[in-house]
Design a protein around this ligand. Sequence first.
Ligand code: SF4
Length: 369
Amino acid sequence: MSEPILSARELGKRYRVRTRRFGRSRTLHAAEGITLDLHAGTVTAVVGESGSGKSTVSRLLARTTTPSEGTLLLDGVPVAGKPGRDYRARVQLVLQDPFASLNPVHDVRYILSRPLLIHGYGGPDLDASIRDLLRRVSLEPAEQFIDKYPHELSGGQRQRVAIARALAVRPSVLLADEPVSMLDVSIRLGVLNLLADLRDTDRLAILYVTHDIASARYLADTIVVMYAGEIVESGPATEVTDDPRHPYTRLLRSAAPDPHGRTERLGSRGTPPSLVTPPTGCRFHPRCPSAMPICAQRAPEAFDVGTGHTSACWLHAPAGAVPPTATEPAPAAVPAAVSASAPETSSEPESRPERDPQAPVAEDGGPMS
Ligand code: SF4
């Protein structure tokens, strides 16, 4: 495989937050130890439930959020400081809600003309460049869409305009943050197929952020699974979905619709942990049906479980890496761990910092994502 275009090495993001429960500012660990590579002509899916930190990863890669730690490399060169116009042109972000990301008072012609003019790609015939962009995202005939306003378009058409706007600056990397989750089911497939075409014809490196592991399997070449701000499993998409190794990935897969009823239903255990006071050791241990004593004590590293396939789980540690007594099943540990090691866990409030105008909100003053 070719050299990666965009790479993250141990990227992390912390926010200072103030919650009603703690009464004083605390640190929220939104993402930690994020290491991944985006290659030309491939789709990498980041999968996880709400609050897992996957959108934080897309914003870190887009540099709309400043990392607290780690390194970002573009073509192998570290990206430092505030990114300039060159970085913005190479790495484009497409957001979840196309209606919110398009200015409602401007028509499609104006929306697409701005990046073309600012980056000098308008050419001698600006209208022809705009029509070409519309054709690339399958909004044809282009004349039918060029004078429309966002409210005159369907959700799928708006998302295609947002993608066309990203393509206007000829990026190498497209970061698509839940690009189909707000669209009708009937038109999601069309947008996913558009992303697949852009990967194959334009050789874009695409990051596809989603909570839907089934769509990740359909579109992606590689899947990265996140839980509580950390990567817990990664590997080839078919391997991760057909033979998930990490217990959390198995839980995610079991929650996906299966028209054939072949997928084992595992049932839900507990709720995602607080990112202010994440569980010790493996962050999944309060919910894990396979938890062992060591799981609450030491965080596992990413162990190889196949070619390019890793799982951050003690179940996959090489022989001798874990003391035998530490691996004895601890059947009572799971319910106990829910109340003992994550006493401040709740389903939502701690992972959503309250906005207190008097309190420092984030280390970089940026918004929570
Ligand atoms: Fe479960 Fe332990 Fe593996 Fe974590 S490390 S997923 S708690 S078995």
